[in-house]
Structures are given as C-alpha cells and as structure tokens.
Ligand binder design. Structure first.
Ligand code: CDP
Ligand code: MG
Length: 149
C-alpha cells in the first residue's frame, strides 16, 4: 500500500494545532502507521529538503525548520501521496484553498511558512520515510474497513 511522509512543522505544537491537523488526516481515511516527535538538526533538514539546498531562500527554510520540534508521521492508503498533497493545500498562502490544512491553519498572510509537509511523489515518500523512520518504528495494523469498499 502507498505511504507518504507527513510532518507537522515547527509552530504547530506551540499553537496547540497538532490534534486538529491529525484529525483531518484521519477523517480523510488515511491509516497512520508511524508517529513520533523530533527536534530536527541542520544535517537532517538539508537531507530532507535536498532539492532546495541551493535556493536563495533555503537559509530561511532551514532556520524555520529548526525553530522547535516537529511531529513526523507516515500515512498509508491507496493514492496516499496525491490525497495528502490535496488535503495539505498549496505552498504559498495566497494560493491555499480554504478547506485545506495549510489554508485553514496559515501562519499569516506574508511568510512562505506553512504548517504541514506531505511528500510530493511516491519516490520522495520512500526517501523521506527512510530518512526519518526505521522499519521497527513502523506499526502496520489491520483495518476493519478493508473489504467494505
Ligand atoms: O512544501 P511544498 O512541496 O508545497 O513546497 P516546496 O516548494 O517543496 O518548498 C518546501 C518548503 O519550503 C515550503 O513548504 C515552505 O515551507 C518553504 N519555502 C520557503 O521557505 N520559501 C519559499 N520561497 C518557498 C518555500
Ligand atoms: Mg516540496
């Protein structure tokens, strides 16, 4: 089954929003099969956002990513990557649709920060999951709804 790496970014815990955001992910039907909190370090941020390291705004993203602990999760389900990208919403606040997680919990109208990371492809998801989770930290469980749809 397809998996995607989800990260509640710094600020979410401080704003007491973790439960609200996780609720939306569960309500969408994704299976959460791993979850933990972590204070990221520079090396991990650079590995996670490898495609952005050379961008002129990377230092901003790096500092933001280190501001406080994140909540890391693996969501599982058919088309989990595309479903979570839609549920997360657009990157920039002016493009975020109401009803999306980023759109409803924006950090303001000017910063490029947003509250949730969701892998952008199956390949990215595999790379990001391997970066943040060991196999032992993943907890598959039987879904009683399997076979109903
Ligand atoms: O997260 P997403 O895949 O939607 O966007 P991205 O283009 O891969 O950028 C990754 C993250 O970098 C964004 O979610 C923002 O938090 C941050 N970013 C930034 O700080 N400044 C920008 N100009 C663009 C993105
Ligand atoms: Mg991206």
């Amino acid at each position: 089954m397809e998996r995607t790496l989800l990260m509640l970014k710094p600020g979410v815990l401080q704003r007491r929003l973790a439960g609200d955001i996780i609720k939306r992910i569960e309500s969408k039907g994704l299976k959460l099969v791993a979850m933990k909190m972590k204070q990221l370090d520079r090396e991990t941020v650079r590995a996670h956002y490898a495609e952005h390291v050379e961008k002129d705004w990377f230092h901003y993203l790096e500092d933001f990513s280190l501001k406080g602990p994140v909540v890391l999760m693996i969501g599982e389900g058919k088309n989990a990557v595309v479903i979570m990208r839609k549920l997360a919403g657009a990157t920039y606040v002016a493009d975020m649709e109401p009803g999306t997680i980023r759109g409803d919990f924006a950090l303001g109208t000017t910063t490029p920060d947003n509250c949730l990371h969701a892998s952008d492809s199956v390949e990215s998801a595999e790379r990001e999951i391997a970066l943040f989770f060991t196999e032992e930290e993943i907890c598959p469980w039987t879904d009683p709804l399997e076979g109903w749809m």
